[in-house]
Structure formats: structure tokens, C-alpha cells
Ligand binder design. Structure first.
Ligand SMILES: CCCCCCCCCCCCC/C=C/[C@@H](O)[C@H](CO)NC(=O)CCCCCCCCCCCCCCC
Ligand SMILES: Nc1ncnc2c1ncn2[C@@H]1O[C@H](COP(=O)(O)OP(=O)(O)OP(=O)(O)O)[C@@H](O)[C@H]1O
Ligand SMILES: [Ca+2]
Length: 541
């Protein structure tokens, strides 16, 4: 990328600088934004650091050991500077590393620090002021410690100033975002899990619509994009949004993505019931299996992240299925399909293309709503699980996710329908969510790429009543005529990004790129560990 350099600045700076006890040729290609040096030891290894991945540059003092061992100390007092930069390791993990260069010429040292600092200043996408919300009770209750020990020192190194709020109750962050002077900040950071992220997202999107006079209760309202980015410091139980957008749940990696000012647009689904806004969703909207797990696990919060395994096992054994009707509009604007072999990666062309297609469609249609006239497909059936995912939903439990080819920002969701089948077959499908095999390659599993869908349970259709009444029925009530058949006369619950919804009848619409994260999607060409721990289990089944 060509850069506009300040007048009089040479395009390249090349100097022989001290590195440890030896000399190294150090180059700063200011036009291309690249810092390079050869390590005089370590087999002469070459280092290339894009200036966009430099965290900070500081004038520094050589430590005692460096001072006493170098030959130069006999000549003159050395001048030195330290460059802190991103070091990429395996599995999308980023570290903050530093290197200290020295020279005896003070002017040369100043020239280097100034040039590097000016290049950092030119990066306008970097945040300078952040609003941070910490959930002290998420995941293993480590949010505060993680932030103070791992993240705050990096933010201060990068000269980012912060206002920190430690939440005192659920919805604290969300409510606060409606009141705060948001224009003061370049981004909002949440320290916690998917639930905490969801709160912050609801606060920001809600605030944006309120300020623009948009009624969130209208399911067809064109929502206003939210340009203030959210950063996620993972400290929850699943951390699916972080894992699916960064490739790892690691607080240091996420902090570094925030510092370098990455930006990743994200699709958001709005969920309505009878013209009433319920929630937004970015990861999983799950009815049946994942809804039942969530409902059961809420009573076991004290167990921490383990609650999901406990409730997962219980829910698997109960093997409930639910009858209902799903209607959906296929996503015709996008080039991808849920059975693609390639997945969404940094700079994904499918996401870019979809964004353009949707923008053109909107321009053409103008105010008239042609969307409603588009084809609806209707499927009735008995389902063990109905999962709608806006992104792959990769997480440590499921490294490739519930829908590995789903895209972060293509304006569509993947609708996965798992029909009634035997426990054994359902287990085979579940295990494939954890290994490299195709979880959709079963006769009882269907997957569609959609831009909107609706669901009504048979129960609410039969009663013709408001689903809130049915919700009052006891969860886990069985068909009295066939106690062993696993059909359930109560509805399941929707799991919306880890929160339960009050209605089972819902109307969902995907909003392309409604918000942005401090992330860059998953980078290509990263040596991934074969972390698919359950692959051997499947061979046994
Ligand atoms: C043999 C092992 C099969 C394991 C299959 C595991 C598939 C795991 C897929 C995880 C997908 C997560 C999607 C993300 C959802 C988030 O928006 C949400 C909020 O954080 N998290 C959950 O709802 C939390 C959902 C947590 C789900 C945990 C499921 C655990 C199932 C255990 C089944 C055991 C069967 C054993 C039979 C012998
Ligand atoms: N101070 C607080 N006390 C109680 N609940 C809180 C507080 N702050 C936030 N919450 C709520 O806690 C819920 C869960 O938090 P969080 O998502 O951080 O952790 P988790 O549920 O363990 O992880 P995950 O969502 O990844 O499964 C959020 O929905 C949030 O609204
Ligand atoms: Ca999507």
C-alpha cells in the first residue's frame, strides 16, 4: 500500500544499528510500511513487521546486562529505542514482542523514533479512547483479573486511554450505553462472554436506532448501521463470537486486534414476535437441543462453563423433538452456499460481493418492499434442533463451528434443520460438529442459506394462541398418551446468543453488516493444530 509521507521524509530509512551485542542492518520502508531487520544471532533470521502491526515505539535505556557486555560502551553513551510489535504464532494467536536497537549517534536514534512514531500517527483507524465494560461474573469469574493483568498494560503501552465500568448487574452495560456520551469514544470493549457482548451490541444498536428515530419494533424497518466498533476480550464460557471472528479465544490476541484498529463487519439478525422486537442475534439462534441446554444450564450457573456439558448430556439423553413450521426466504444475493469447502477468511470476497449486491438491490427497490414478494419455502416437521447461525459459530468446543462455511458479513444466515432421528444418529451428527467430518451429510439434516425466516410451533398453531400463554406451561411436560415417544407437549425455548427468548413463534431477518468489531476475520495460511479432539470418537461409532 502506497502511503502519503510527510514532505521531506525519505521513502526508506536504512541504518546499521546495534541489536544486542552486534550490529544489524535495519530498514524502514516508509512507503510500503514495513520494518525489517536481520537478527545477528538466531541464525541470521530475517524479521519483517508491517508498521500497521507495530504497537508502540519508545525511547529506551539499555539494561545493565546490555550495557556491560557491549563493546560500544567504551566508545560513548549509547542511545536506544524499543519497538513493540505483533508476533503471530500458531492457531491465530498473537503475542506482543519487543526489540531494542541502539546507536551512538543521538540524531540517528531520534530520526528512527520520530519516523516510526509518525508512521503510527498516520494510522487513523487506531482507537485512542475506549469505553470498557467488565463483567466480573462471566465464565470462570476472571474478567477483572484478565483485563487488569493482560489487557490494560497493552492499552497503556499503545497510549490508549480508557474509561472502565465494572458491571454491577445484568443490563448495566446496555442501559449505560443509552446514556453515555458515545461520541467521546473510538470504540467499546466488553470483557466477558457472548452474553456480555450481546448486551453491549444491544446497547449500541439500540442507541443508534433511537438517535435516528427508527422503531425497533417494526420488523421491516431498515436499521441504521452502527459504526462504533466493539472489541471483545474473551472471559466467558463459550466465547463463540470472539473465536469465530479472530480464530482463538485469547485476551492478549484480542487486545492486539483492538490496538492495531482492525475492523470486521458483522451480520446481525433481528428477532420479532407479533410486531414486537425481542432481540438481536449474531451467533446462534437455536430451538430444541441448544434451547433446552440453555434453559437447563441457567439453573446451574454456579458450575461455570461446565454447566453446558452437564446440561448438554442431560438434554441429549432426554432426546426431545418438537413439531413446527419453518418458512424462509433463500439468500439469492450471495455467491456462497452452506456446503462450500472454503470458509470465510480475512478480506472475504463473498462478503464484499454480497454487500454490493444488497446495496444495489436496495437502491433499485427504493421504498417499495419487493422482498415480501420473493419466494418463501415452507417446511413442516418434527425437529430435534433448529439452528440459525449468522457466522460459523466456531468455539473451542467446536473448532470449525456449527456451519463451517457460514460468512461473517454476507447478509445471510445458515438454517440447519435436524429432524427427528435416533439418539445414535443424533450423536453422530453432534460429534461431527467437533471434528473435520461433514455434519450435514445425513439424511435427517438439511441446511439452507437464508435472509429471513419464521417459525411457529405446532403447539401454538393448534392453540391459535399467544405463545406467552404456552410458555407458562411447565417445561418438560410429556405426551401422556405415549410416555416413551419423546414428543413434547410443551414448546422448547429459543437460545438467542446464549439468552432465552420468551416466545417460540419468531420472525427473523438478517441485516447485512449492521455492526463492526475490532477484528479482521480468520487469517489464511496459519498452521492450525489438529485440535479436533473428538475425531477418534467418531471412528468408534
Ligand atoms: C460427544 C460430544 C458431542 C459434543 C457436541 C458439541 C457441539 C458444540 C457446539 C457448540 C456450539 C456453540 C454455539 C454458540 C452458542 C453461543 O451463542 C451461546 C452463548 O455463549 N452458547 C451456548 O448456547 C452454549 C452451547 C453449549 C453447547 C454444549 C453442548 C454439549 C453437548 C454435550 C452432548 C453430550 C452427548 C454425550 C453422549 C454420550
Ligand atoms: N455484574 C453482573 N452481575 C450479574 N450478571 C451480569 C453482570 N454483568 C453482566 N451480567 C450478565 O451476565 C451474563 C453472562 O455473562 P457472560 O456472557 O460474560 O458470561 P458467560 O455466560 O459465562 O459466557 P458465554 O456467554 O460465552 O457462554 C450476560 O448476559 C450479562 O448480561
Ligand atoms: Ca452471515
Amino acid at each position: 500500500m502506497e502511503r502519503q509521507l510527510p514532505a521531506g521524509r525519505p521513502p526508506r530509512l536504512v541504518s546499521s544499528l546495534g541489536l544486542g551485542q552486534r550490529c544489524s542492518e535495519v530498514t524502514l520502508d516508509q512507503e510500503r510500511g514495513l520494518l525489517a531487520w536481520r537478527h545477528p544471532r538466531r541464525g541470521g533470521e530475517n524479521y519483517f513487521v508491517p508498521t500497521s502491526e507495530i504497537i508502540a515505539v519508545e525511547e529506551s535505556e539499555l539494561n545493565k546486562k546490555q550495557r556491560n557486555t557491549g563493546k560500544w560502551h567504551k566508545l560513548a553513551k549509547p542511545h536506544s529505542f524499543t519497538v513493540y510489535y505483533v508476533k503471530k504464532a500458531r492457531n491465530h494467536r498473537w503475542w506482543c514482542r519487543d526489540v531494542t536497537f541502539w546507536c551512538v549517534d543521538e540524531n540517528l536514534c531520534n530520526q528512527w523514533t520520530q519516523a516510526l512514531k509518525e508512521l503510527l500517527e498516520m494510522q487513523k483507524c487506531r482507537p485512542k479512547r475506549l469505553l470498557v465494560y467488565i463483567n466480573p461474573y462471566g465464565g470462570k469469574r476472571q474478567g477483572k483479573r484478565i483485563y487488569e493483568q493482560k489487557v490494560a498494560p497493552l492499552f497503556s503501552l499503545a497510549s490508549i486511554s480508557t474509561d472502565v465500568v465494572i458491571t454491577e448487574h445484568a443490563n448495566h452495560a446496555k442501559d449505560n450505553l443509552f446514556e453515555v456520551n458515545i461520541n467521546k469514544y473510538d470504540g467499546v470493549v466488553c470483557v466477558g462472554g457472548d452474553g456480555m457482548f450481546s448486551e453491549v451490541m444491544h446497547g449500541l444498536i439500540g442507541r443508534m436506532q433511537k438517535d435516528s428515530g427508527i422503531d425497533q419494533n417494526n420488523p421491516k424497518a431498515p436499521l441504521v448501521q452502527c459504526n462504533i466498533r466493539i472489541g471483545i476480550i474473551p472471559a466467558g464460557s463459550t466465547d463463540c463470537v470472539c473465536y469465530s471472528t479472530v480464530g482463538i479465544s485469547d485476551p492478549v490476541t484480542s487486545a492486539l486486534h483492538i490496538i492495531v484498529g482492525d475492523s470486521q463487519p458483522l451480520d446481525v439478525s433481528s428477532v420479532h414476535h407479533n410486531n414486537t422486537f425481542l432481540k438481536y442475534s449474531v451467533s446462534l439462534l437455536g430451538y430444541g437441543f441448544y434451547g433446552d441446554i440453555l434453559k437447563d444450564s441457567e439453573k446451574k450457573r454456579w458450575m461455570g462453563p461446565m454447566r453446558y456439558d452437564y446440561s448438554g448430556f442431560k438434554t441429549f439423553l432426554s432426546h426431545h423433538y418438537y413439531e413446527g413450521t419453518i418458512s424462509f426466504q433463500p439468500a439469492k444475493h450471495t455467491l456462497g452456499s452452506p456446503r462450500d469447502k472454503d470458509s470465510c477468511r480475512t478480506g472475504c470476497y463473498i462478503c464484499k460481493e454480497s454487500e454490493q449486491q444488497l446495496a444495489e438491490q436496495q437502491k433499485k427497490c427504493g421504498l417499495k418492499n419487493e422482498e415480501d414478494e420473493e419466494e418463501w419455502k415452507v417446511i413442516k416437521g418434527k425437529f430435534l434442533a433448529i439452528n440459525a447461525v449468522n457466522m460459523s459459530c466456531a468455539c473451542p468446543r467446536s473448532p470449525k463451528g456449527l456451519s463451517p462455511a457460514a460468512h461473517l458479513a454476507d447478509g445471510s444466515a445458515d438454517l440447519i434443520l435436524v429432524r427427528k432421528c435416533s439418539r445414535f444418529d443424533f450423536l453422530r451428527h453432534l460429534v461431527r460438529n467437533t471434528n473435520q467430518n461433514d455434519q450435514f451429510d445425513f439424511s435427517f439434516v438439511d441446511v439452507y442459506r437464508v435472509k429471513s425466516f419464521q417459525f411457529t410451533s405446532k403447539l401454538s398453531e393448534d392453540n391459535g394462541s399467544n405463545v406467552a400463554d404456552i410458555g407458562k406451561k411447565r417445561f418438560g411436560q410429556f405426551c401422556r398418551d405415549h410416555p416413551a415417544c419423546c414428543c413434547n407437549i410443551a414448546d422448547s425455548t429459543w437460545n438467542c446468543d446464549g439468552e432465552t427468548l420468551d416466545s417460540s413463534a419468531i420472525e427473523v431477518r438478517v441485516h447485512c453488516q449492521l455492526m463492526k468489531l475490532f477484528a479482521r476475520g480468520i487469517e489464511e495460511n496459519c498452521k492450525d493444530e489438529a485440535a479436533y479432539s473428538h475425531s477418534s470418537i467418531e471412528h468408534l461409532l
